[in-house]
Design a protein. Structure first.
Length: 107
């Protein structure tokens, strides 16, 4: 991404600034053809959606990755797992229509 281009939060639409950080997240375990998909969320919007954050060095990270490959694992259907630039994994409630509409009302 061009560092001179402003990054906007895809939820609230606010631009990144000195007061507001916008994090770029990618979905965990995406197939290769979808690896370019990213989601930009400001910290306020990310915090309203984050249920838990895991550090990559925790045993929970390994269990999370195992759960993601289980097709019948219910949390995998209710949540989207996102990885940020620091490789932390966030368990985030995100519906596909929320991403398309970029609407904060689907929280």
């Amino acid at each position: 991404m061009n560092p001179e281009m402003p990054v906007n939060c895809q939820s609230c639409g606010k631009a990144e600034s000195e007061e507001r950080t916008v994090r770029t997240l990618t979905e965990v375990e995406l197939p290769e053809e979808a690896a370019g998909n990213v989601l930009n969320l400001c910290m306020d919007c990310l915090e309203t959606r984050t249920t838990r954050t895991w550090s990559p060095d925790e045993a929970k990270q390994e269990r999370l990755n195992e759960a993601l490959v289980e097709e019948q694992h219910k949390p995998a259907h209710r949540f989207t797992y996102l990885r940020d630039e620091d490789q932390n994994v966030h368990l985030v409630r995100v519906r596909p229509e929320w991403i398309e509409e970029q609407s904060p009302t689907s929280r």
